[in-house]
Ligand binder design. Structure first.
Ligand SMILES: [Zn+2]
Ligand SMILES: [Zn+2]
Length: 95
C-alpha cells in the first residue's frame, strides 16, 4: 500500500494548490486563496484514497489491446470469461 502524500504547493498569485504525490495518482486540487481551503480539499482527497482501498471490486473496459474487453480494475486481469479470482467477491467467483 502506498503512503498517502499530498503536498501543498504555491500556485500563481500566492494561491495554494494541493497536489497528490501518492503512487501513480495524478490528482491536483484547485488553487485556493487561503490555506484553510487547500487543507480541507487535501483532507477530502486523502479520504478518497482511504476509501478507495476498500471500495468494491469493479470490472472496467480496457481497449489497450484490441478489440478490448472488460478487466479487473485492481490488477487488469481480463474478466470476459470469468471474474478475477483474486479480487472478485466470493459470490461472483462461485456464480
Ligand atoms: Zn491522490
Ligand atoms: Zn484482480
Amino acid at each position: 500500500m502506498d503512503r498517502i502524500v499530498i503536498a501543498l504547493t504555491m500556485a500563481n498569485g500566492a494561491r495554494i494548490r494541493p497536489v497528490c504525490r501518492t503512487g501513480d495518482c495524478t490528482w491536483r486540487g484547485c488553487a485556493w486563496e487561503n490555506r484553510w481551503s487547500a487543507e480541507r480539499e487535501r483532507a477530502d482527497h486523502r479520504l478518497d484514497h482511504l476509501t478507495s482501498q476498500t471500495r468494491p471490486y469493479t470490472e472496467v473496459w480496457d481497449d489497450s489491446c484490441a478489440p478490448g474487453g472488460y478487466v479487473c480494475d485492481r490488477c487488469g486481469m481480463p474478466v470476459e470469461s470469468e471474474p478475477c479470482p483474486e479480487h472478485a467477491p466470493a459470490e461472483a467467483v462461485n456464480a
